[in-house]
Design a protein around this ligand. Structure first.
Ligand SMILES: CC(C)=CCC/C(C)=C/CC/C(C)=C/CC/C(C)=C/COP(=O)(O)OP(=O)(O)O
Ligand SMILES: O=P(O)(O)OC[C@@H](O)CO
Ligand SMILES: [Mg+2]
Length: 246
């Protein structure tokens, strides 16, 4: 059976340090048509805030048949709650501090006796917005040409066996040519793109290049109607014929 994310065009990423738009619920997020929900953020993450979001969100996900995953930013934010579909754990390939490649993972494996390895998967992050919290946090080297990003994607897939490569432009719309370069470099791994997707056109543009687009801030800033448009963009991009050079 293929991995669930190979079927996803669109993910909503909920930040437990931010609120939903007034009057909206996790059920409304599920009803946007997104394929999956990830829960995580970089700044202000605590176990308490994660728990407050995970429990009601996982319940809504079950009701509406939308899988809900934790994306932990450090081991202290991993909550083992009923109804979660699994754990998508970042590992940052261009981190300046290698703790974010394997070090915090080693601490997690040492400290957490309840890790469910069958439902734990890694995302090979390449962090590309130097002004984002995640770039600062991991001291990422974001000064990369398209061919360097493509080479990181190759290394992640071919040398480290990564099944998901994640181009992370958190907070800003990325360079489409870089996304195409990474896509071209991958054979079978799934390419996630996240950053600055705010409308149909942006989702369609990046959805035509990456396998899956991730929408974060929009759900907190504009709400579910705006997210629904990005789902439409990502899905319609996915229906386009594959370009000959991809
Ligand atoms: C080993 C375990 C369990 C966890 C470690 C996982 C790693 C290496 C995390 C480092 C990268 C990271 C912080 C990922 C979190 C997900 C992410 C990039 C969220 C987006 O954050 P931003 O949008 O930059 O920040 P804000 O919180 O300010 O919105
Ligand atoms: O918040 P935005 O800019 O949509 O980014 C989405 C996601 O890639 C953040 O981890
Ligand atoms: Mg963010």
């Amino acid at each position: 059976m293929s991995a669930p994310w190979t079927e996803w065009d669109h993910i909503v990423k909920l930040d437990p340090d931010k609120t939903l738009v007034d009057g909206e619920s996790y059920a409304d997020v599920c009803k946007t048509g997104t394929d999956a929900i990830e829960i995580g953020g970089t700044t202000g993450m605590t176990e308490e805030k994660m728990t407050e979001v995970i429990e009601p969100c996982a319940a809504a996900g079950r009701e509406h048949d939308v899988p809900v995953y934790i994306e932990p930013s450090h081991p202290g934010t991993v909550v083992h709650a009923d109804g979660l579909s699994g754990y998508l754990v970042p590992t940052v390939f261009n981190a300046g501090d290698i703790a974010w490649l394997t070090g915090v993972h080693k601490e997690w494996a040492r400290m957490d006796a309840e890790i469910d390895w069958d439902r734990t998967h890694t995302e090979a992050y390449i962090v590309l917005n130097p002004d984002s919290s995640v770039a600062e946090y991991t001291q990422a080297n974001c000064d990369l040409d398209a061919d360097e990003v493509a080479a990181y994607a190759t290394v992640a897939e071919r040398m480290f066996g990564q099944r998901i490569v994640y181009l992370e432009y958190s907070g800003t719309f990325g360079d489409p040519d870089v996304v195409t370069a990474a896509s071209d470099a991958l054979d079978d791994a799934t390419l996630f793109y996240g950053g600055g997707i705010g409308d149909y056109d942006a989702a369609r543009e990046m959805g035509g290049r990456a396998d899956t687009v991730i929408v974060g801030d929009l759900v907190h800033d504009e709400g579910c109607d705006a997210v629904r448009e990005t789902v439409r963009g990502a899905k319609e991009a996915g229906q386009e014929p594959v370009e000959p050079d991809r």
